[in-house]
Write a protein that binds this ligand. Structure first.
Ligand SMILES: [Zn+2]
Length: 364
């Protein structure tokens, strides 16, 4: 039922756009000519009567478009960022500079700055084998009642860079390595899609008009969390990495189609370890893959290095800086400027950091 409401909201949005155009075509009051005595009355332009009587149009309910998709974007440049197969070129159109889709942006065009001041993103596995570690569902269940959105950058469950090392070691040919990678990924497909679906259907409490935001979204962090900094295009490590990125996009597509039909999905990517490729040939090839998939990469402005220090205090400090429009990392403390802060955390650290995050959210 919630899904249907979303579809209707988007359709209503289209209707309003048509209506605005119609209203702008409504008759304009003829202006009295400055010298009426020398202008024949027939020369005064006569407006065609409009078939729309604006007095008769009932008040439409306010349109609600949930946060997180591209339906609310109005700038063409922002829409282009996520358009599949749209070449958005180089930075400043200079081919010697980094490719536009790979630049680690520090704003998310699809996220409005929330009242508590920062966008929350969480990296890596959505579920963890170790019961002491955090899972994505715990984060959403803790934050949704507070009206806070959780944004996940996910790997495929229960695989890692070690899985890739094993595949490379066990198989001697590129064909055999890619075949084993494919079969490993396929063995995870159903489980992964189900985990994504269980997350993206959760909504925050509805407001007084009955409108509820989705409490989370899931994006791409590669399948195996390989460090992409030194990947060489054409190598088996590179091809395995690309296969994994494409696999994640397929799973996200299927999960969103099932849970939010009609949803106009944004396609963000975060580099594992924030390490983008350093070789120009790799950048060029990866940019082509990202263009084909409609992906753009996202960095961060607030990094408390929670993965290393597991500190709720550092988590809070990084978010307190965000409220002052300052970036943060433990090395520099508060630095620079940000209008739309993006905090980077790790899903597995949630039990250790959540006190600090929730404190920062509650201090609006
Ligand atoms: Zn990561």
């Amino acid at each position: 039922m919630n899904i249907r409401r979303t579809s209707i909201s988007i359709i209503s949005f289209c209707c309003i756009s048509s209506l605005s155009i119609a209203q702008s075509l409504a008759p304009i009051e003829p202006v009295a000519p400055e010298a009426p005595e020398i202008i024949p009355p027939k020369a005064i332009p006569v407006e065609e009567p409009s078939t729309i009587d604006t007095e008769q149009i009932p008040d439409l309910p306010e349109v609600f478009i949930p946060t997180g998709g591209t339906a609310a974007l109005t700038e063409q440049a922002d829409i282009d960022l996520f358009t599949i197969a749209k070449d958005i070129g180089h930075v400043q159109d200079n081919p010697s500079l980094t490719f536009r889709r790979l630049v680690q942006r520090t704003i998310m065009p699809t996220e409005n700055r929330p009242s508590y001041g920062f966008t929350l993103t969480f990296d890596d596995q959505l579920v963890d084998e170790n019961p002491a570690n955090g899972n994505a569902i715990d984060i959403v269940n803790d934050l949704a009642p507070l009206g806070a959105r959780s944004i996940f950058f996910a790997n495929v469950p229960m695989v890692s860079g070690k899985s890739v090392d094993g595949i490379i070691r066990r198989n001697k040919t590129s064909g055999a390595r890619l075949a084993e990678t494919k079969s490993l990924l396929e063995s995870k497909r159903e489980q992964f899609i189900n985990i994504i679906r269980s997350l993206i259907k959760i909504k925050s409490p509805a407001d007084q008009n009955g409108n509820a935001e989705y409490a989370c979204d899931v994006f791409n962090h590669t399948a195996f969390h390989q460090n992409m900094g030194r990947l060489k295009v054409g190598s088996d490590h590179y091809n395995i990495c690309i296969m994994g990125i494409e696999f994640i996009e397929e799973c996200l597509e299927e999960a969103y189609l099932a849970e939010r039909p009609g949803w106009q999905r944004a396609r963000y990517f975060r580099f594992p370890f924030l390490a983008d490729p350093r070789y120009p040939e790799t950048q060029q090839a990866l940019n082509q893959t990202f263009t084909k998939l409609g992906l753009i990469s996202l960095g961060e402005t607030q990094d408390s290095k929670d993965f290393d220090n597991y500190s709720h205090k550092a988590a809070y400090t990084s978010l307190a800086a965000a409220k002052l429009n300052k970036r943060y990392n433990p090395k520099f403390g508060r630095y620079g400027q940000t209008e739309r802060p993006i905090a980077l955390f790790h899903t597995k650290t949630w039990p250790k950091i959540k006190r600090g995050v929730i404190k920062a959210i509650k201090e609006k």
